[in-house]
Design a binder for this molecule. Structure first.
Ligand code: F6P
Length: 342
């Protein structure tokens, strides 16, 4: 069997560990051959392939990023895109199927290609932890560890200056990173897209922490919007490319807190630091196991499915079950954390 592997969408610590797991298991246990597909679906459409052997994946479980490169290309776009062209490319290179490692967008494209007759197996990836058919996705634990360490640092400088510190973390649609890192770092308020909060509710917690002699720590997910403050996001001027210049929500929130409370406030946007560097031990193990099970699934012909973590087991889930609604933070989990705000 000859299988292509691609990584698509935003990168994520653990991608290389999946590749290594799949190649080691596939070559040793099943005598499979692998090719690496460059830059996600783009490489599939352009037939940008190179052999992927045991030697190529040596020592990869601890290496961040992806050795294959990634992009946000849609395989149905362009002259050489679409299922018919891709089928010809696969046939021409004697490929039996594809392992696609990616998030919501990648898996939706994988599902469509699979429905159109291209054998695709999915491996879930997202630091945001927003895919619903897996208990955790690799990359999330690493991002939480990085954000937690950053907040511990923000607290010592905040304490020294008696300032309020606002930390903005990733999470366009869901607040998992904010929730976990906020609980781990002892935040005084956590702002996530799933839970509406007004500026008053936020500043109440900030003032309460300040009155207790603490430097208030506010954690905000990038997708959070302050309830009733639409004007805070508009009219930010233009950037160097003539696009509306929108500061992250952390930078929007910090001056509003300072104005409302009189407490000097600083914002830190953690951004892509949360996605870079080596995966945590947990993510290395999870990603490696997903890779090993991806090789098993391919041999079993489990196309149109995704390998996923359920409890402590790796299972197979049809794309139809994996896609659709995102895995957002349930209210009870937020309420648990809110009991700690003070
Ligand atoms: O989906 C993962 C994610 O890290 C989001 O949390 C973030 O909004 C986005 O990717 C950033 O994407 P890009 O790297 O394209 O700026």
């Amino acid at each position: 069997m000859k299988i292509g592997i691609l990584t698509s969408g935003g990168d994520c610590p653990g991608l290389n560990a999946v590749i290594r797991g799949a190649v080691l298991k596939g070559t040793e246990a099943y005598d499979m051959e692998f090719v690496g597909i460059r830059d996600g679906w783009k490489g599939l459409v352009e037939a940008d392939f190179s052999p992927l052997t045991r030697r190529d994946v040596k020592g990869l479980s601890k290496v961040g990023g992806t050795i294959l490169g990634t992009s946000r290309t849609n395989p149905y776009e362009g002259d050489r895109g679409g299922a018919e062209n891709i089928a010809k490319t696969l046939y021409g290179h004697k490929l039996d199927g594809i392992i696609a490692i990616g998030g919501e967008g990648t898996l939706a494209a994988a599902q469509r290609l699979n429905n159109d007759g291209i054998p695709v197996l999915g491996v879930p990836k997202t630091i945001d932890n927003d895919l619903r058919a897996t208990d955790y996705s690799f990359g999330f634990d690493t991002a939480v560890n990085i954000a937690t360490e950053a907040m511990d640092r923000l607290r010592t400088t905040g304490d020294s200056h008696q300032r309020c510190m606002v930390a903005e973390v990733m999470g366009r649609h869901v607040g998992w990173i904010a929730l976990h890192s906020g609980v781990a770092a002892g935040a005084h308020i956590i702002c996530i897209p799933e839970v509406p909060l007004s500026l008053d509710e936020i500043t109440k917690q900030v003032l309460a922490a300040h009155e207790r002699g603490r430097a208030p720590l506010v954690v905000v997910a990038e997708g959070f919007k302050i309830e009733g403050q639409d004007e805070a996001y508009s009219d930010k001027g233009l950037d160097a490319f003539n696009r509306p210049r929108l500061g992250g929500i952390g930078e929007v929130l910090a001056p509003l807190i300072e104005e409302a409370t009189g407490i000097e406030t600083r914002a830190t946007v953690l951004g892509h630091i949360q996605r870079g560097g080596s995966p945590s031990g947990f993510d290395r193990v999870l990603a490696t196991r997903l890779g090993l099970h991806a090789a098993d699934a391919v041999v079993d012909g489990a196309w149109g499915q995704m390998v996923a973590l359920k409890g402590t087991d790796i299972v197979r889930v049809p794309f139809d079950e994996a896609l659709g609604e995102l895995n957002s933070v349930p209210l009870y989990r937020y309420e648990e954390a809110a009991a700690l705000f003070g």
